[in-house]
Design a protein around this ligand. Structure first.
Ligand code: SF4
Ligand code: SF4
Length: 146
């Protein structure tokens, strides 16, 4: 009869489990659920693709395409944490089970290519050439004074 107090306690306590799926627990703060992207904030740097341990993200900078295989995602949150523009987010629920394989494909505005040094060099020469006539003008103005 040593266990009688335990039996009585268990009869009086509330159940330690929930009647899932009828009773669903509230998610914890910073829960790592379904991944989504705010494509307008993406600069297509590729950091998320390089850091992803399951290699399920692809970034095409030329086309402005961000692709993710959600079935390969392990919900680690590394992509979200390392994104420099903080445009990756995770919902507080997991993705619903699917019967067919899907891909997340988001199209954004690809970054404009930076101008090469060769393209900017003629401008510098032109501005130099523009500066020289001004010096001549100054000489002419001085000779007129004389
Ligand atoms: S790390 Fe962020 S900004 Fe860079 S490609 Fe991924 S989602 Fe876009
Ligand atoms: S949460 Fe982890 S596994 Fe999923 S896409 Fe991001 S880095 Fe990859």
């Amino acid at each position: 009869m040593l266990f009688t107090p335990t039996v009585i306690m268990n009869l009086l306590r509330k159940p330690a489990t929930r009647q899932y799926p009828f009773t669903v627990r509230d998610p914890f703060p910073n829960y790592r659920g379904e991944l989504y992207i705010d494509i307008d904030g993406c600069i297509f740097c590729g950091t998320c693709a390089r850091k992803c341990p399951s290699q399920c993200i692809e970034v095409d900078k030329e086309q402005g395409l961000w692709t993710c295989d959600p079935h390969a995602c392990v919900y680690c949150g590394i992509c979200r944490d390392t994104c420099p523009t903080k445009c990756l987010h995770m919902k507080d629920v997991h993705r619903k089970p699917l019967t067919e394989k899907t891909m997340m494909v988001e199209k954004g505005e690809p970054p404009k290519p930076k101008k090469k040094a060769a393209e900017t060099a003629p401008k510098a020469e032109t501005s130099k050439a523009e500066a020289e006539p001004k010096a001549d003008d100054a000489d002419k103005a001085e000779s007129k004074k004389k």
